[in-house]
Design a protein around this ligand. Sequence first.
Ligand SMILES: *[C@@H]1O[C@H](CO)[C@@H](O)[C@H](O)[C@H]1NC(C)=O
Ligand SMILES: *[C@@H]1O[C@H](CO)[C@@H](O)[C@H](O)[C@H]1NC(C)=O
Length: 367
Amino acid sequence: MILLLFLHLVCIRTANADFFDFDSISNVSTYYFNYFYCNIWEGECQPNQDDATQQVPSRDLWASFPQDYINLLHQWYCSLGQCCESGDCRITNNVTGLSRDLQSKLHGQHLAQSVVLKAIQGFINNPDSNKPLTLSFHGWSGTGKNFVARMIADNLYRDGVKSECVRLFIAPFHFPHARLVDTYKGQLREAIRDMVLRCPQTLFIFDEAEKLHPGLIDAIKPFMDHYDNVDGVSYRRAIFLFLSNIGGAAINDVALDFWHSGQNREDIGMEDLEHRLRAETIESEGGFAQSELMSGHLIDFYVPFLPLEYRHVKLCARDAFTARGLEADEDTLDEVAKAMLYVPKEERLFSAQGCKSIPQRINFFLP
Ligand SMILES: *[C@@H]1O[C@H](CO)[C@@H](O)[C@H](O)[C@H]1NC(C)=O
Ligand SMILES: *[C@@H]1O[C@H](CO)[C@@H](O)[C@H](O)[C@H]1NC(C)=O
């Protein structure tokens, strides 16, 4: 068992490194080795990374391993089907799949489609990026923020949201009490550090980020900054997603203005939104909006989610039927879409709940 684990590590690291460049093997593997070591000899490790490093003579151990042996072991282990192109079997980084999902499953979000793809693709193709990727999704509920987060997880990780490389935090659920914020700070920092040690390319999703306490954001801010490492751990391959409704009203106003002036919704550009988004963010209260994360240029991309119209809801309904192996006719799709509430009062243009709960709603229309 231990041997297998060991070989797995050899495999992961060698597949990533310049093939058997010895320095880099011993170099990158140092912290994996610590992690491995800590797990087998539990209790022997100090929480502090530096202490752990001192205890493990990893560099010497690796260096004393003849290159040919590692080569052979690597080949043998990979022949068992345990190796992957990316080196780490948990990571799939399927940009093609992500692009396809964004195009075919996400409705009415031309901006999110292009910005998310550009951001993820750029990050994956640039392993030397000097900071983790941070994306902030904005928009009403039901417009697809969670949906896209799940798409990213599904295409970047073999096990999707269940992957040990993906972690979801729901602000009001995981950090409900303001008075416990100091406890949460420590827990959150530790959780993030732990995850990144296990899986450098970890995806952290913060849902309902508008409800995050400002203190919590300050506590994790260093992880998102341009640091080589924080206490010996590098966070530069991590991905942080913040999902919030901040700026939702501004986004809706812009979409409504476009509609009033007879312009195409698909012609809404980032430049039409940025100004108003920023203005609303500054006005709004709450930790995330006011945090230095927003003002300190640590967010790499703001991703606006537009309010959904009747026709988009119909597309969601069609997808929901398809997912159950059914094909619904236009009349049924219309019925599902009509059952939603549309706002504002006069125009009745946008679905108040977006496409939320459509998969549950179609139960009423099943044969
Ligand atoms: C890893 O390698 C880089 C350059 O190759 C070097 O600067 C750095 O000190 C090494 N790190 C360790 C822990 O040996
Ligand atoms: C990427 O995703 C596409 C679409 O889901 C799929 O057809 C393809 O096999 C995937 N590629 C890899 C390498 O997993």
